[in-house]
Design a protein around this ligand. Structure first.
Ligand SMILES: O=P(O)(O)OC[C@H]1O[C@](O)(CO)[C@@H](O)[C@@H]1O
Length: 508
């Protein structure tokens, strides 16, 4: 899309039409539209996306399609898959789709070459080139840790080939916990950092090397592999080039689990699982690329997100995984959504004239029903909900419980929508509260890959319609700089009285 006056006028007109739209209650929409479930339910890659219990209807979807046209969504999508510069502020493309073989041919080839290198290193590890290895300590933070942690926690419950531990925080407590029961002689350290300059990761890597050294390991550095888009820095740290797995700097950290960052996934779950993850994501890529906008799962979900954030003043949205295996889904998505779309300027650097992306929060059902659902049913805030559940779970300890889990998820969606009248206002439920349900046939690598790609594309569509760049994250820099400055006695004097007093109190 160009930022020409005409494009801006079209976009403003499309937004105005959406803002003026008066949506009937969801139950009235069900009564008026007999085919509502067919229209707002999409089945893709073994996942059902049911957006029928939201205020989307044909008219509202049409208005958002007009906005998508005005904002050049199709052109932006084409540019993403073609490997063109879509991250203008950093002058980069965003090639996570190429990691799944769905990008531009040269980007797909590069990803394939890096994957080949990763495969060779895994083969070497499995052939005991590093001696006997029974555990991996994965060191990384944010996008360099959340993905592998989610995938292995979700899929590795029946047992993993290696014991995978993840450590992110710059807190010795985190490292102590990660090391419990590990044998320094048989633990491989996987240090993951796109920039290889993140304080937490480098500090944890030094701690891990001290741990190996303290245990009498002759050459601790020989037990380390590095995954990075900045190999020179890793070499500078002392890691041998042959033990470095590079990936493209055009793969954003929060989109990086598909790249060499996934080495810990492949080590823990096996190569076939890692490839199935990529294939599932590629299937979602093709759906996103090819399905008409009004039948496109990530697009419809983004329309709904924007409708509630812009029209109904929803400042948050909540996601509850009705499956313990997906307990790390919310932290993973919080980075994806909030680091991508928590912006206040457009891609052209102009102030964003509307609300930024909603805050995403959530947890696991049914636990959350007994803790936070009171507010969701009766509180004054409107919080659009999303339930994520899995139809089959053959491994569940007790199939009766799995049945109850699903029934609860579905009943909550119905209760939020219908509400209930009561003479006593304290016992009345207003209803007309929107929810979406994402129902996976089963939880395997392929389906999980598709699920995560769905969230990536939904985030991209939201950004496209808001006109922001989802691929930079300058908002994290100031705090990092100030943390360095506050450690410098000379620079400290420049800080405010409260911060200086806290430092004094903690005797730092
Ligand atoms: O992989 P790196 O470069 O260590 O960065 C880790 C994380 O830190 C961030 O840069 C935020 O500070 C994220 O975007 C990123 O995923």
């Amino acid at each position: 899309m160009s930022d020409s006056p005409k494009a801006k006028a079209d976009s403003d007109a499309a937004w105005s039409a959406i803002e003026d739209f008066d949506s009937p209650p969801i139950e009235a929409l069900f009564a008026a539209e007999p085919d509502r479930v067919e229209k707002l339910v999409t089945d893709v890659a073994g996942i059902r996306f049911d957006w029928s219990k939201t205020h989307l209807d044909k008219d509202l979807v049409d208005l958002f399609v007009a906005l998508a046209d005005a904002q050049g969504l199709k052109e932006k999508r084409r540019a993403l898959f073609a490997g063109e510069v879509v991250n203008a502020s950093e002058g980069r493309s965003a090639t996570h789709v190429a990691e799944r073989g769905e990008g531009a041919p040269e980007d797909n080839d590069l990803a394939k070459a890096f994957r080949g290198r990763m495969r060779s290193l895994i083969d070497a590890i499995e052939a005991e080139a590093f001696g006997e290895i029974d555990a991996v300590l994965h060191i990384g933070i944010g996008g360099s840790a959340l993905g592998p942690a989610l995938i292995v926690d979700a899929l590795g419950r029946g047992g993993t080939r290696l014991d995978l531990r993840t450590v992110a925080n710059i807190d010795g407590e985190a490292m102590d916990e990660a090391l419990i029961g590990l044998d320094p002689g048989t633990t491989l350290i996987v240090a993951v950092s796109k920039t290889f300059s993140t304080t937490e990761t480098l500090s944890n890597l030094e701690s891990a090397l001290d741990w190996l050294d303290g245990a009498g390991i002759e050459d601790p550095m020989a037990q380390v592999i590095a995954v990075t888009a900045n190999p020179d820095k890793a070499i500078g740290f002392g890691i041998d080039e042959t033990r470095i797995l590079p990936f493209s700097e055009n793969v954003g950290g929060r989109y990086s689990l598909w790249s060499s960052v996934g080495v810990s996934i492949a080590l823990a779950l096996g190569w076939d699982a890692y490839e199935a993850l990529l294939e599932g994501a590629a299937e979602m890529d093709r759906h996103f690329k090819l399905a008409p906008l009004h039948e496109n799962a990530p697009v419809l979900a983004a329309f709904s997100d924007l409708y509630y954030a812009q029209n109904r003043g929803a400042e948050t949205r909540a996601l509850f995984a009705y499956d313990e295996r997906l307990r790390l889904l919310v932290p993973y998505l919080q980075q994806l959504v909030m680091e991508s779309n928590g912006k206040s300027v457009t891609a052209e650097g102009q102030p964003l004239q509307r609300n930024t992306s909603a805050v995403l929060w959530g947890g696991v059902g049914t636990d959350a029903q007994h803790a936070v659902f009171q507010l969701l049913h009766q509180g004054s805030h409107l919080v659009p909900l999303e339930f994520v559940a899995v139809t089959e779970n053959e491994d569940s300890q007790d199939p009766r419980q799995h049945r109850q889990l699903l029934l609860n998820a579905f009943a909550q969606g119905a209760a939020l929508m219908t509400g209930r009248d009561h003479d006593d206002p304290a016992r009345a439920y207003p209803g007309d509260r929107p929810s979406a349900t994402v129902l996976l046939d089963r939880l395997d690598a392929r389906t999980l890959g598709a699920l995560i790609a769905f969230y990536e594309h939904r985030t991209f569509v939201e950004a496209a319609l808001l006109g922001i760049n989802p691929f930079d994250q300058f908002g994290v820099e100031l705090g990092k700089e100030m943390a360095r400055a506050v450690d410098d006695p000379e620079a400290r004097g420049e800080f405010d009285a409260s911060t200086r007093a806290l430092i004094e109190k903690a005797e730092l």
